[in-house]
Design a protein around this ligand. Structure first.
Ligand code: EPZ
Length: 393
């Protein structure tokens, strides 16, 4: 999810058509393709291959509907400024996990000469004096880094983004743009862009999702057993955590990974989420389900979002013993979870509840599963394949 969304926005730039393979069939992608169509792109989808031709795209307004629903529509700010020198977007609402402002995005784009005004629920961006320049991000925001890249890649001259986010999804965006003829590279904590080069069409395969992989691995760790992941995007941080948990990871020769929960699962005394390469905030909630059920107590400190413990109350309802105070949660461990009615509050909290349902005694019913379907492709079929008894009502 988090690799394909900025790449879809980048398909607005340069000459089309671009073909994306292994495009996940998830709601956020469906909504983003709808936005591209509304901007005038030709979009064809067959299975997991999507073809986008932006040659005829002349729109620059994406208000209402999908754009207001998904936060990642903010990435059209940079792409539309880069292509149209103008953009009108809905003011991004926060979501369950935090306010999620875009002050860093606006400050970064202002460094390139963009000007913003707000009327009611819409933000208007003017970019007729857009120029290359140096951006220094207050914190390594993934979205602000991506928006800066999207706005700068067509601007003649050198743009530097300092204190840029290091997430692998940004490396995928850089790889996509370089394959199209761009010239972007990481230099220490900066990304240097030689802008203004022509971007030609390309056929590109979207990398597999490291957070989805981690979610299935934590499911095997929590429920016990083993699983084989095909085209697994090895994530060093995750591999290290799985080993500390007592898991055995064996890479196969086809780019897959075999995982087995051989030994008695162990808790990890203290986890602190952080921007990459730290422990990913997106995997914190599924990990907490694991911690709730294994021997030993542990603490989780969430440093990226201000309200990402919405799953705690739901897990406690199932019998976990977790105490959340501010951005710190203390998990007592060794809980015997019991199935009951719970509610998904956001994408990853929903995933944590599926894992809890796999481990709990009895039946668990999870409502609001549209949150999970935003970012987990065919998760019900995949868990069934792993032996889970799971159905969508
Ligand atoms: C991206 O969100 C991901 N979304 C998130 O994944 C992920 O959790 C996050 O990066 C961190 O890794 C996509 O890639 C589509 P940020 P983003 O800007 O770009 C604050 C998921 O579950 N901030 O790095 O919004 C912000 O409030 C989703 O797949 C500002 O204060 O993350 C947050 O506390 C959830 N001002 C922190 O920085 C800004 O202008 C990190 O946000 C921007 C961000």
């Amino acid at each position: 999810k988090n690799a394909v969304l900025p790449i879809l926005a980048a398909c607005l730039l340069g000459e089309g058509p671009c073909e994306l393979e292994n495009c996940p069939e998830i709601k956020d992608v469906e909504d983003t393709l709808h936005i591209l169509r509304k901007l005038g792109c030709q979009v064809n989808q067959s299975g997991k291959t999507v073809r986008i031709d932006a040659e005829t795209a002349a729109g620059y307004e994406i208000i209402g509907g999908e754009a207001a629903r998904i936060r990642s529509s903010v990435l059209f700010l940079g792409a539309l400024l880069g292509k149209m020198r103008k953009a009108v977007l809905p003011k991004p609402g926060g979501c369950a996990i935090g306010k999620r402002p875009i002050d860093l995005h606006l400050a970064a784009l202002e460094r390139l000469g963009a000007a913003f005004s707000c009327e009611g629920e819409a933000i208007t961006a003017e970019g007729n004096r857009l120029h290359c320049g140096t951006i220094r991000l207050g914190l390594p925001s993934v979205g602000a880094t991506e928006n800066s890249i999207l706005a700068a890649v067509l601007l003649p001259g050198e743009t530097r983004i300092e204190h840029a986010a290091q997430e692998p999804e940004i490396d995928e965006l850089i790889r996509f743009l370089n394959l199209r003829g761009g010239k972007l590279q990481r230099m220490g904590d900066a990304i240097v862009i030689e802008g203004g080069r022509c971007l030609h069409p390309v056929r590109f395969r979207i990398a597999s999702d490291r957070i989805v992989a981690g979610t299935y691995l934590f499911a095997a760790a929590a429920a016990g057993g083993e699983l084989h992941l095909q085209n697994y995007a090895a994530d060093q941080t995750l591999a290290g955590v799985l080993l500390q948990m007592g898991g055995i990871c064996r890479a196969d020769h086809l780019g897959g990974m075999h995982f087995q929960m051989k030994h008695r699962p162990k808790a990890l005394p203290g986890i602190r989420t952080a921007p990459y390469p730290g422990f990913p905030t997106d995997i914190q909630s599924p990990f907490m389900t694991y911690l709730a059920t294994v021997e030993g107590s542990s603490t989780v400190i969430e440093t990226v979002f201000e309200n990402r413990f919405m799953h705690v109350a739901q897990l406690n309802k199932m019998g976990a013993s977790i105490e959340a105070m501010g951005n710190k949660a203390v998990i007592r461990g060794n809980a015997k979870l019991r199935g009951c009615q719970v509610m998904a509050t956001d994408l990853r909290a929903g995933a944590a509840l599926v894992l809890a349902g796999l481990v709990a005694e009895g039946e668990t019913e999870i409502s609001e599963i549209y949150h999970i379907e935003r970012g987990y492709e065919k998760f019900i079929e995949k868990f069934e394949k792993l032996g889970a008894s799971i159905t969508k009502i």
